[in-house]
Design a protein around this ligand. Structure first.
Ligand SMILES: [Ca+2]
Ligand SMILES: [Ca+2]
Ligand SMILES: [Ca+2]
Length: 248
């Protein structure tokens, strides 16, 4: 087994493990070994068969064990992205929901938060590996291979069961389990590409506007965030324009 491995975009990688027996025979124990990520579990995931999937750029260490003998494997993930500033806009943010916004039948003040981003470029974009953070930490890493068509939107909810949602926009659940958007005080949402470059960033303060999102004053323009109910009769519009019409 090599001691280091570099994983590129889309490259789901099978780790191969050979054991040298006392008879000096070499046998493939890939399916018998156990695999454990001991550093960088936000960078890769790995299954019981040693099949490794990259999540975001960084370094991880996998411990491989077979019959009491273990070895460490260093993994560098190097995802390339063509998404640039100006391709994607953070169009709307709901920090303090008061109703069941994600449509799973339950109101939850954490799960029903959302961030809406829209591809405002004229091309379909591979948005895999984009990293969405609030002021505190990374909240969502977009799975590799996710395509967002031109003028289509992605809505990231804090949590909940959205498996039955049928809509003409993409819906994700925050990969770390919540969005954690503050209901008061200065909060921030950032979208970065896997190279760490900022694609869009918004800063806002939701104090006093519970149950209403903040939306670009003009949908899809890098204008100020204002209270959604100033723009239409709706309090929010996940995946759609302020009047609930589609973006495309
Ligand atoms: Ca809900
Ligand atoms: Ca909140
Ligand atoms: Ca909207």
């Amino acid at each position: 087994m090599p001691s280091a491995l570099t994983v590129l975009e889309f490259e789901q990688t099978q780790i191969k493990v050979n054991a040298i027996l006392s008879s000096e025979a070499i046998v493939d124990v890939t399916q018998l070994a156990t695999y454990k990520i001991i550093a960088g579990d936000d960078v890769i995931s790995i299954n019981n068969s040693g099949f490794l999937t990259p999540i975001m750029n960084g370094n991880a260490t996998v411990q491989v064990e077979y019959e009491g003998i273990s070895s460490k494997l260093s993994v560098d993930v190097n995802i390339q992205s063509s998404v640039m500033a100006g391709d994607i806009i953070i169009n709307e943010v709901l920090a303090a929901p008061e109703k069941d916004v994600n449509g799973d039948g339950v109101f939850d003040s954490t799960d029903d938060e959302f961030i809406e981003i829209v591809n405002i470029s004229n091309d379909s974009l591979d948005i895999g590996g984009l990293v969405v953070s609030d002021k505190t930490k990374v909240r969502h890493v977009i799975p590799l291979g996710t395509i967002l068509e031109s003028f289509h939107s992605l809505v990231i909810f804090g949590g909940g069961d959205v498996s039955n949602s049928s809509s003409n926009f993409l819906i994700h659940i925050a990969s770390v389990g919540d969005l954690g958007l503050n209901n008061s005080g200065v909060e921030q949402v950032t979208v970065q590409n896997p190279n760490g470059e900022i694609i869009d960033i918004v800063e806002f303060n939701s104090s006093g506007i519970k149950g209403v999102s903040l939306n670009r004053e003009v949908d899809l323009e890098f204008s100020n965030l204002v209270s959604h109910d100033n723009l239409s009769t709706e309090n929010y519009s996940p995946g759609r324009r302020v009047d609930l019409s589609p973006f495309f």
